[in-house]
Write a protein that binds this ligand. Structure first.
Ligand code: PLP
Length: 375
């Protein structure tokens, strides 16, 4: 974030309206337009967007929802928030995403929804998954937490799903400090979801204020069903509007840096790296590399080597089924998930990374692999 974000936040503070208000509405409009969908609903996080998306899909107790274990834990947690059962499916190695082949074996008569994650920003094959599940009446919710700025068959990721969710946590490419967005293919679902976001209120605080200012009779709201406080603030939305304007340039720079990584690491035998799938473009939210089985050291040893060289890399994507919180969930064998979570790591990639810094990372990985220094 830079001076423009700071100035936009300051303007919101000075405006006197800091909770959900006109800037949230403007951010929603701009986000929906960028995706080419009728509605976007700004919320407090991607996790709360997932919760609302599952409510919108009618998922509840007794239902099963297929999720990848290979994801941030929030994906599976959202299923439990509505009282449904998360069912883990394996992922494909090249993308880290669910596919029809991994989903089909875990479908049952109780399956109500699939949460399709675009892991690390790599688009999942939404059409292929829908071809499997649509005819069974199973809804796809796209967890595009990492995928703002990625594309699927030429359209922004999320545009083809009944609902898609985005995260604006600082770990993600576009950030508002904390925050999220729920996008909808059908506008008709938006009014109820906007009410659920704001305690179930029939009239939003912003609309009541506008009515008061117009000088008519005071508008009194009612509370017709159980709601939540999942609002975004106008200060966050002000930052988000600036960040959205920067998104294309950030993605372009990340894609250049990722291409440099791929080229410089191409001769490390057996090393696989994050890449575009044939049907879309990733924003390289995460540039992960998968170590071959015969790599001279373990993933954790390599992370240690990099740390000693002053390089902050991170383990690859977690697997929820290996965490104590999910120890009680039965699942099919998840060999690809376990291999990816054990042997992959995420190399530093951010749009301000310099080429000299990147060369240091490459040199350290190549040295660990026993390959001579890059030119
Ligand atoms: C980060 C992330 C989330 C959670 O996003 P929050 O905005 O922090 O709630 C959910 N799903 C995936 C795949 C993520 O990467």
């Amino acid at each position: 974030m830079g001076d423009e974000e700071a100035a936009a936040a300051a303007d919101a503070v000075r405006s006197g309206w800091v909770a959900q208000g006109p800037r949230v509405a403007a951010f929603e409009r701009a986000f929906a337009d960028r995706l080419g969908v009728p509605e976007a609903i700004a919320v407090s996080s991607c996790t709360t967007a997932l919760h609302l998306a599952l409510i919108n899909a009618g998922v509840g107790p007794g239902d099963e929802v297929v999720v990848p274990s290979l994801s941030f834990v929030a994906t599976a947690n959202a299923v439990r928030y509505v009282g449904a059962r998360p069912v883990f499916a394996d992922v494909e190695r090249a993308t880290g995403n669910l596919t029809p082949e991994t989903i089909e074996p875990v479908l049952t008569s109780a399956t109500r929804a699939v949460i399709l994650v675009d892991q690390g920003g790599i688009p999942a094959d939404l059409d292929a998954v829908r071809a499997l599940v649509d005819r069974r009446g199973i809804v796809v919710v796209e967890d595009a937490a990492c995928a703002a700025g990625s594309t699927y068959k030429g359209r922004p990721v999320g545009a083809g799903a009944m609902s898609a969710t985005f995260s604006f946590h600082p770990r993600k490419l576009l950030t508002t400090g904390e925050g999220g967005m729920l996008t909808l293919a059908r506008a008709g679902h938006a009014p109820r979801l906007r009410r659920l976001r704001e305690h179930g209120m029939s009239v939003s605080a912003a609309d009541r204020d506008a009515a008061d200012r117009a000088g008519g009779a005071p508008v009194v709201e009612s509370y017709d069903e159980l709601g939540f406080n999942y609002r975004m603030t106008d200060v966050q939305a002000a930052i988000g509007l600036v960040q959205l304007g920067r998104l294309a340039a950030m993605v372009e720079r990340r894609r250049e840096l990722a291409a440099r990584y791929r080229e410089a690491l191409a001769d490390v035998a057996g090393l696989e790296t994050a890449a575009d799938p044939g049907y879309g473009l990733t924003n390289f939210q995460a540039f992960w590399v998968l170590l071959p089985e015969d790599f001279p050291m373990s993933r954790d040893e390599l992370l240690g080597e990099l740390a000693r060289a002053g390089i902050s890399a991170r383990r690859g994507i977690m697997a929820a089924h290996l965490e104590p919180a999910y120890a009680d969930v039965e699942h099919v064998p998840l060999p690809v998930t376990e291999r990816l979570t054990r042997d992959s790591l995420i190399l530093p990639l951010f749009h301000e990374l310099t080429e000299a810094q990147q060369e240091r990372v490459v040199a350290a990985v190549r040295a660990a692999a026993g390959v001579r220094a890059a030119v």
